[in-house]
Every structure is written in structure tokens, then in C-alpha cells.
Write a protein that binds this ligand. Sequence first.
Ligand code: NDP
Length: 293
Amino acid sequence: MNDNTFEKSRLTLLGLGVMGTALARAWLAAGHPLTVWNRTAGRADPLAAEGAMVAGTAAEAVAASDLVVICLLDDASVGEALADADLTGKDLVNLTTGTPAQARARAEWAEKRGARLLDGGIMAVPPMIGAPGSGGYVFYSGSRALFDAHHDTLAVPAGTTYVGEDPGFAALHDVALLSAMTGMFAGISHAFALVRKEDVALKDFAPLLVGWLTAMAPYAYGITGHLESGDYTEGVVSNLAMMVEGNATLLRTAEEQGVSAELLTPFTALMERRLADGHGDEDTTGVIDLLTR
Ligand code: NDP
């Protein structure tokens, strides 16, 4: 790493897919000396024109800098790309999406090869990279000292949120948020399926949907309180008995509108099970107990 505070730190980036290219452009724009490598060499050409140094192999790219950022397709491609590289003394920052277990195993793998590894989970799409104010950020986990040492460089493309020494925690937070988003996308799909054939202006409906989801999102704080205290009835204003009754209306409306209820039924079935177990005075926190194996 470059210790001269007047110069920007040198780094290497492996992977010039859509995300890797956005990251590269952010570091180049901020004046960081950047070496890049991509399996398909042609993808580096536009970046070479923008000032990046292009390495012919991943091993050469790793040798060029002490800090090596990796943004490849998946965990297997990381192992493949770095099979022949000398990682001794390198600081690796792996922004490739993976599972918590993969991140922990990759950290051990790096340590055995003489490197330190920080794992990252990118909470942004490429247009949010290098765009201050876009809300994009990256979860980081692993050594706090390693994170602090490279913070200024890592903060160039997007915000940084450090979530703990356990190398699996960035992936855990990343996947937990993406999983919640998947449920939200399912709900949005069902809502549009209900209204699309009616005389409803979709452009008027969309802000109502966004406003409602935004208003309901703090429900997560109530769940946090329940899980922390162990009392799932605390502060409940919409109880499970009432909600299960309401679900019947959701399912009947889907039927009337000719819409499959397949996105609703997995969750409504879990709510019914929890109610049948005698928890009608809770809200939906108890569903989490049913999910946890
Ligand atoms: P792309 O599909 O655009 O790029 C994939 C990259 O991985 C390319 O550089 C590709 O090289 C490389 N690659 C694939 N397999 C191998 C291999 N076996 N050996 C070496 N290189 C390989 O994906 P993105 O850039 O969009 O995504 C990269 C990472 O960023 C992923 O883990 C993704 O989950 C994550 N991410 C992406 C987001 C997005 O919106 N795009 C959002 C958040 C995270 P080649 O050009 O040769 O095929």
C-alpha cells in the first residue's frame, strides 16, 4: 500500500463484469493507480483507455498491488482465478457474492496462503457505484484492522458498513436483506396481478403501493423487540387471529380476480399453523420460530 498521503493508494481489481467495471471506473475517476484483470481480456480495453494498467494474468495482477479487490461471478470462480497466484502478504477484499460458509472458508483459504481477507457484500446495482448519494453501500466483515487500513480506498465506489470480525457476516447481512427483498418482490407481483386487468391506472396505483410498503417496513422494529424480549405479544396492535381471518379475504380476492395465490399461501399457511398452536394474541413474529430448524 502507498503510504504517501498525497497520493491515492494503488490497488488491483480482478473481474470486469458489469459490477467490476463500475468499481474500476470509480477508482480511476478518484485518481487511484489501478491494475485490472479479466478472464476475457477484451473487456479491459475501455478501462486501459481510461488509465488502468492491464495485467495479462490474474497472478500478474495480484503481484502489482498489495491490495487486491475481487469481483467475480461466484466463489468457485475466485478459487479458479487465484489458483496460481502468489498471495503472500496480500490484502484481499472479496466482493464476490457468496454464502456465509463460503466466505468463512475463503478467509481460511487466504490465511493458509499467507494473505488476509476481508469479505464484502455489495448492496447496490452498478449505476449506484461511484454515485455519491445513491444509497449504495457495501457490507464488510473480517479483521477490523484490515477494514480500517483500507477504509479510505474502499469508500470510493460506495458507502461502507462494517458488520463484524466473523468473515461470514457480510454475506449473512447481504443475503438476509436480499431475501427480504425477494418477499417484497413477490408481494408487489401479486398486487399488480390483482389490479392489472381492472380499470385502474397503474401509474396511480404504483405510488400507493410504494407508500404502503414504506409505511409497513418499520414492522421489522417490533419484531426485533419481540425476539429480544421473548414476549411476542408485546405492543401487538394487529393480532394473528385477526390477520389469519384477513388472509382468507386475500385468498378469496385472488380467486375472484383469477389470480394464482401461490405467492401468498406459503406465508399464510405458516401464520395458520402458529394460530393453531394457540398464539392468536401474537403478531407474525412466531412464524420465525416455525422457520428456524
Ligand atoms: P458479470 O456476469 O457481469 O461478470 C462476471 C465476472 O466474473 C466477469 O468478469 C467474468 O469474466 C468473471 N468470471 C466468471 N467465471 C469466471 C471464472 N471461472 N474465472 C475467472 N473469471 C470468471 O457479473 P457482475 O459483474 O454483475 O457481478 C460480479 C459480482 O458482483 C457477482 O458476485 C454479483 O453477485 C455481485 N453483484 C452484482 C450486482 C449487479 O447488480 N450486477 C449487485 C450486487 C452484487 P468473463 O468476462 O471472462 O466472463
